[in-house]
Write a protein that binds this ligand. Structure first.
Ligand code: SF4
Length: 357
């Protein structure tokens, strides 16, 4: 490391992003730290640190550090005769110039982003819309101006915040360059939402979702098959579908429930207050939800937890980030569910893969 490069490429990277953002090799930018709610009983994320806002200057500094890193790599590329292309020897030359890059997690993330065309960015952590609207607009504008190759910017958001934030502010944020929101709906059933301490009702999910759509965002809603266990599966499936019908988001994504050790819901399960569904039972719950859905959304099974198998022992559903287009593919999904119900091992709670949050 030289005196000029010391600290020049430092920027924060958070831990989590949705599977679809990994698949599109998104640039990860930490706008806030951790989750401002942090009470959901099933959630194992952001447990060791409290939520905090990051100052605008700090976030812009991170964007500038990434910009400087790219500019320096391009300069090295020209020097080495690669006309600005980031080849292997350019990366090696960068590391020779600043050996700290060898262990800089952000460096490999930026390389991954560049190699996929630098088209998408994901704003971490749990709820970027907690930022004051002016601040969020300012950093989004800076991001878009610094990296004009970016075609899509996405982030996590809570329904509660979307339901509360003035419509004009949501529209301004969307216009400043935030395109897509990933919202953890989990369930549309009020009793279950209360039980899992989601801090939001079905009505608030609907209001938040509708506000997001009216502001112009692409909306991606995650729900959790199996979350209610044997005790609540029917209300969970039916009321989740009814809430999703009201919202009609662009994407509905399945993230099956898994009780992570250390979470309150895991303790409840250990004490017998929650009985896990078997893979077949979870598919029966899924069947009721899909039958009740009346949407024009894309229904996706792109999370690793969607590990049900078909008759050949392969994955039952496509794990495409674009999923199945409803209503056209509804019957197809129902046929797959029927096949899956016959093909699954029946042991309660058994799964082929460990689920990643
Ligand atoms: S599920 Fe989302 S809102 Fe709930 S505690 Fe976890 S990160 Fe926060």
């Amino acid at each position: 490391m030289t005196a000029e490069t010391a600290g020049k490429y430092d920027f924060e990277v958070g831990m989590y992003r949705p599977p679809s953002e990994g698949g599109s090799h998104s640039l990860l930018l930490r706008f806030t730290r951790n989750c401002p709610w942090n009470k959901c009983t099933f959630c194992a994320m952001y447990k060791h640190e409290k939520f905090s806002m990051r100052p605008v200057a700090e976030i812009k500094g991170d964007i500038d550090a990434i910009g400087a890193m790219i500019k320096d790599m391009q300069a090295l590329s020209w020097k080495l005769g690669h006309a600005g292309q980031i080849q292997r020897d350019v990366i090696i030359a960068m590391i020779e110039q600043d050996p700290d890059l060898n262990t800089n997690h952000g460096f490999s993330m930026v390389l991954d982003w560049l190699s996929s065309g630098g088209k998408t960015a994901f704003l971490q952590d749990g709820n970027s819309l907690m930022m004051a609207t002016d601040n969020l607009v300012e950093v989004l504008t800076h991001l878009r101006n610094t990296f004009p190759s970016i075609e899509r910017v996405t982030t996590y958001a809570r329904s509660k915040t979307l339901a509360r934030k003035p419509q004009a502010e949501l529209t301004a944020i969307c216009k400043a360059g935030l395109d897509r929101l990933h919202v953890g709906l989990e369930s549309g059933d009020d009793a279950l939402l209360k039980k899992i301490k989601k801090g939001v009702s079905g009505e608030e999910h609907i209001k938040g979702g509708k506000n997001a759509l009216a502001a112009g965002f692409q909306l991606s809603e995650y729900w959790m098959p199996g979350l209610g266990g044997k005790e609540d599966w029917e209300n969970h499936a039916r009321n989740t579908a009814l809430v999703l019908n009201q919202i009609n988001p662009h994407y509905i994504r399945s993230r099956p429930f898994y009780p992570f050790p250390g979470t309150p819901i895991h303790a409840a399960q250990q004490q017998g207050a929650l009985t896990l569904l078997s893979p077949q039972e979870t598919l029966m719950e899924l069947k009721l939800l899909i039958e009740t859905l009346d949407v024009t959304s894309k229904v996706c099974f792109d999370h690793a937890g969607n590990s049900w198998v078909n008759r050949s022992g392969r994955l039952l559903f496509s794990q495409s980030y674009e999923g199945y287009q409803f209503p056209d593919d509804k019957q197809r999904v129902l046929h797959l569910i029927e096949e899956g119900i016959e093909a699954q091992p029946g042991k309660s709670g058994s799964r082929r893969f460990r689920i990643i949050p």
